[in-house]
Design a protein around this ligand. Structure first.
Ligand SMILES: [Zn+2]
Ligand SMILES: [Zn+2]
Length: 475
């Protein structure tokens, strides 16, 4: 089965042209990068859309590598690749054998809203956060008699929540201690440290936003999003509230499957977890210094893509079922969308181009004087950065690597020697000839043209299924 027959592929392929056309007809212009990510995703990993030819001169084997879209949201394939690359990089080339603590900070609704729209606000909030946690570690270190201690951290900004909704929050991997000229000292973190920091972060972030005029006192927690704004604001606003922004169920939340109770909100509680008026700081995940596998697992978790394709299923009447990772307290196990609605959600998660979602701080930041002393330089079984850099210097590879993933082109699958680049093939006639000759199936990329929405059908399953579930649980 080819890529084009997978559910998530069909969702985009069948609906994206309609989605953008409908928005245009409503006078809501969405930024171009959203459409572009859809288009590029549709030809990702498909040989009939062009590929490069690689040859191994040691064992004479040959490989064709289809171009990747390198999309950050829609493409589970590229998202998965990026997750593995990032995690491997953090373990092999950033974190030495030191304990690592994950700090997760999530925000009140109003701040999520500001951060989703404005990458400058997001960066400001991140800067305040990292500075506060870092200086806390340093203060504790100074009390132990360490002079001018340094901290090191990596932040991965996740834009999504568990129900394919927009929810910008930070996952920060901190060395759980301080570094001084490459020497590490552990710092002990307890519940009260997390409470103290949560309080401090809340105060500093709000104060700094007030100073810049982004946070007004008269807005209460239930403030309404400005629904009058067009296009992307509406798209993001809906997604932030877990509501649908367009189509027949505009303003509604996606139907819940398995719900048996009314959901009651309870303040989150647990060790090394602090909650304060919507700010939640969680620091209970710590990886020991020898546990490199655990560190890589954690890194993969924080760098994971917005959605995994094995959580998307197709229901009996064609609707899309999103399986929740952990069922909600009210019993909900799945959320249900129409294809159009699910696509709307996915598109709302696409970050603006050139926003960097991985940031390095302290001794890990690129120009820090003690960086080379503080990062991991141990050779691993994987290809080292220096080796890959050497490859990138040579011309065809440099261009090539922009379009595919390094891991795909470095090693011969049979003899583990290095593949050599032969050529790049983009001419449709030659592509067809070669693939036919080599016995590959030719997958056709043909997104559905814009069409009128199937109103009756869409309404029907929502109502019917809701009724069905009510009856089921009442009996
Ligand atoms: Zn891709
Ligand atoms: Zn070989």
């Amino acid at each position: 089965m080819g890529v084009t027959s997978e559910v998530h592929y069909q969702i985009v392929s069948r609906n994206y042209q309609t989605f953008f056309l409908e928005r245009e007809e409503e006078g809501r212009h969405l930024p171009h990068y959203l459409k572009k990510e859809c288009q590029r995703f549709l030809s990702c990993g498909i040989l009939s859309q062009g590929f490069i030819r690689l040859h191994c001169y040691h064992c004479n084997s040959e490989k064709l590598v289809a171009f990747s879209c390198k999309g950050r949201t829609l493409c589970p394939r590229c998202g998965g690749r990026r997750m593995s690359d990032t995690a491997a990089h953090l373990v092999d080339h950033i974190f030495k054998e030191v304990p690592v603590r994950q700090w997760v900070l999530s925000f009140p609704f109003r701040l999520r809203y500001l951060m989703a729209y404005d990458s400058k606000i997001q960066s400001l909030v991140l800067e305040i956060t990292v500075r506060a946690i870092s200086s806390y570690y340093r203060q504790k270190a100074k009390r132990l008699g360490i002079i001018s201690p340094k901290t090191g951290a990596v932040t991965i900004i996740q834009r999504f929540g568990g129900s394919v909704n927009l929810n910008p929050h930070f996952h920060m991997l901190f060395m759980d201690g301080v570094m001084k000229m490459g020497e590490f000292t552990s710092i002990h973190i307890q519940d009260e440290d997390v409470h103290f920091l949560c309080h401090r972060l809340k105060t500093r972030i709000i104060r700094s936003l007030q100073k810049r005029g982004h946070w007004k006192e008269e807005l209460d927690e239930n403030f309404e999003l400005d629904q009058e704004k067009l296009g992307v604001n509406q798209l993001m606003g809906g997604s932030l509230q877990n509501r649908l922004s367009f189509g027949n169920h505009k303003g509604q939340k996606p139907a819940q499957i398995g719900k048996v109770l009314e959901r009651t909100w309870a303040e989150p509680q647990g060790p090394c977890l602090s909650y304060l008026e919507g700010f939640s700081l969680h620091a209970n995940v710590k990886i020991g210094k020898k546990n490199r596998e655990g560190l890589e697992r954690l890194a993969r978790y924080v760098a994971r893509p917005a959605y995994a394709k094995d959580r998307v299923e197709r229901g009996e009447s064609g609707q899309i079922l999103w399986r929740l990772k952990n069922p909600w307290k009210d019993g909900t196990t799945h959320l249900k969308f129409s294809e159009e609605e699910f696509l709307e959600r996915l598109i709302s998660l696409i970050p603006p181009p050139r926003i960097n979602l991985i940031r390095y701080h302290g001794v890990f930041s690129p120009r820090h004087a003690e960086r080379s002393l503080s990062i991991n330089k141990k050779k691993s079984k994987r290809l080292t950065l220096r080796e890959t850099e050497r490859i990138e210097y040579r011309t065809p590879w440099a261009e090539l690597l922009k379009r595919v993933f390094k891991s795909e082109v470095l090693q011969c699958e049979k003899c583990k020697n290095k593949y050599e680049y032969v050529c790049e093939i983009t001419n449709p006639h030659i592509i067809k000839k070669m693939l036919t000759h080599l016995g590959f199936a030719i997958e056709i990329v043909a997104p559905s043209p814009p069409r009128a929405p199937p109103l009756a059908y869409a309404n029907q399953w929502h109502d019917e299924d809701q009724r069905h579930h009510q009856e089921f649980f009442m009996n």
